[in-house]
Design a protein. Structure first.
Length: 125
């Protein structure tokens, strides 16, 4: 191996390590819903290259309002899917889109962008 091959090999290993870390070990940001006086659980979520926070804890049996603010024009995030709740919603750029649902069962429910690349989880307790 000459030096350029060594550099390419090392760069590939570093990249692979980063990808593994990113998918398995990077900390996820968890937020619990704040209940308003009317008993509605509200959460603000920023959409920019991902969902922030991307783990949202709510209580079962109380209405949930998710306020998705899409802070980018990247087409990846233009659609939101919550298959467990039969929700498919367009998220216009630089606007807040309200998504309402009523979780009846406890569990973990994923939501994604239209391509399944950006991921978040609604944790119902
Ligand atoms: Cu996407």
């Amino acid at each position: 191996m000459d030096s350029s091959e060594i550099i390419v090999t090392v760069a590939g290993l570093v990249l692979a390590a980063f990808v593994i870390w990113y998918f398995f070990f990077s900390t996820r940001q968890t937020a619990s819903a704040v209940s308003s006086s009317g008993g509605v659980q509200e959460v603000d979520i920023t959409v920019k290259g991902g969902y922030s926070p991307d783990v949202i804890e709510v209580e079962r049996g109380k209405p949930v309002q998710l306020h998705f603010y899409r802070d980018e024009e990247n087409s990846c995030s233009e659609e939101l899917l919550m298959p467990d709740f039969s929700i498919r919603r367009d998220l216009p750029a630089f606007q807040t889109t309200l998504v309402e649902l009523l979780p009846q069962e406890a569990g973990r429910f994923d939501f994604t962008c239209g391509m399944g690349m950006l991921r978040g989880t609604l944790v119902v307790k």
